[in-house]
Ligand binder design. Structure first.
Ligand SMILES: *Cc1c(COP(=O)(O)O)cnc(C)c1O
Length: 386
């Protein structure tokens, strides 16, 4: 929902750009921290969702940790001021350089994704005379019931260690002097809206936790990853997800000892709704079967629709105050030379004209971070509400 003042501001700005509602971001972070705090849960922000500097700083100031998936993300988190003891480093292909840098930063924990990676971290830690804290990223074989391109917790996915490999991990851990088993880690997918998935995950975590404890491993932390989905269809009605309901599930179904800390890695649920891609209609193409609205933003600014047929709500925010315009169905497309460069098909919009402002909603997660220079496009810029 944009106020007339905001739309006036957009009118005089060069499009396309990301518009971030920082007030909404802060409210979302408050809601999350309050709900997690009730149970002493620790939340790390999955910074791959959006590493815009302004956003990172607000999240750091809110007291969250950082969940990183590359060495550069680890470095950026620490430069931004996240405390190294709140930084976790996941990723299926960590390079030697990335591991070494993270060891030098003394980060909280490596989420290790294979037996071989354990051996490599041990060797690199030994060279530096350090002991690396490890959480094993275990593939729980829980179906996230989300789009197959963003499912990560099934045996067929590249992520994590499968359960039959756990004896091999235990063996490596018990003979590796430079590794310390901190805990276990899971992440089953993204944009999960069926909360039963998290209940199934808890049951799996309990099982695997017991396996380790029976073998004499004491686990300090249980990291259940992220993946909480948001409402792309009603961004104004459901601007903040129900964090209370989400954390309650883990409190209810996850078995833990007093001393065990529970960690979460939320990305999308924290930043998706505060971001919008604002664009202008360049051309209207009227056809016999189809009408096209050609925007000045494309998959180079927001790739999710092209990458995994993601839905984003699209609004004509110039026309919305003019109720007398008829509603027409448009295929809303970008200028990039790819047929998948389409934000939505048969989108019902108020009859639109060249120069109208178009808002693509809920674009704060996996939007700006995936922007590319394909077609030698300009780097997308950002505006903020204060
Ligand atoms: C991407 C990712 C997350 C965050 O996922 P969201 O769906 O944005 O909450 C958390 N943990 C890991 C390991 C990830 O790769």
């Amino acid at each position: 929902m944009f106020s007339p003042d905001t739309i006036n501001r957009f009118e005089s700005a060069q499009t396309p750009f990301y518009y971030y509602d920082l007030q909404l971001l802060k409210q979302t972070l408050n809601a999350c921290s309050e709900a997690a705090g009730k149970y002493g849960f620790q939340v790390h922000y999955a910074m791959k969702a959006n590493f815009n500097q302004r956003i990172l700083e607000i999240i750091k100031d809110a007291g969250l940790g950082a969940d990183c998936v590359s060495g550069n993300e680890v470095n950026k988190a620490i430069e931004t001021g996240f405390s190294p003891d709140k930084v976790v480093f996941a990723g299926v292909g960590k390079s030697d350089r990335e591991i070494t840098e993270a060891l030098n930063h003394e980060i909280f924990c490596f989420n290790a994704e294979s037996v071989q990676e354990l051996e490599v971290i041990n060797t690199l830690a030994a060279k530096l005379g350090k002991r690396a804290r490890i959480a094993l990223r275990i593939n729980p074989n829980v179906d996230a019931h989300t789009h197959h391109n963003i499912t990560t917790g099934l045996e067929e996915n590249k992520f994590g260690i499968n359960q039959w490999e756990l004896p091999a991990c235990a063996e490596v851990l018990s003979r590796s002097a430079n590794l310390w088993l901190e805990g276990i880690h899971f992440h089953v997918g993204s944009q999960i809206t069926d909360l039963n998935v998290f209940k199934s995950l808890c049951i799996k975590v309990n099982e695997i936790k017991a396996w380790f404890e029976e073998r004499g491993f004491n686990l300090n932390s249980l990291n259940v990853g992220g993946g909480l989905g948001i409402d792309y269809y009603q961004p104004d009605e459901n601007a903040i997800v129900d964090f209370t309901k989400y954390f309650e599930i883990f409190n209810q179904f996850l078995e833990r000892k007093q001393a065990q800390t529970v960690h979460f890695e939320l990305g999308r649920a924290l930043v998706a709704q505060c971001g919008n891609l604002i664009s202008r209609v360049l051309y209207v193409k009227k056809g016999i079967k189809k009408n096209f609205l050609i925007l000045d933003a494309g998959m180079t600014e927001l790739m999710r629709p092209a990458l995994y047929q993601a839905y984003h709500k699209i609004e004509n925010i110039t026309g919305r105050h003019n109720a007398s315009r008829p509603v027409i169905k448009y295929d809303v497309v970008g200028p990039i030379c790819e047929s998948t460069d389409c934000f939505g098909k048969e989108v019902e919009l108020a009859e639109s004209e060249r120069g109208d402002l178009i808002a693509i909603r809920s674009a704060g997660a996996y939007g700006e971070v995936m922007a590319s220079g394909y077609n030698l496009r300009d780097r997308v810029v950002s505006l903020y509400s204060e």
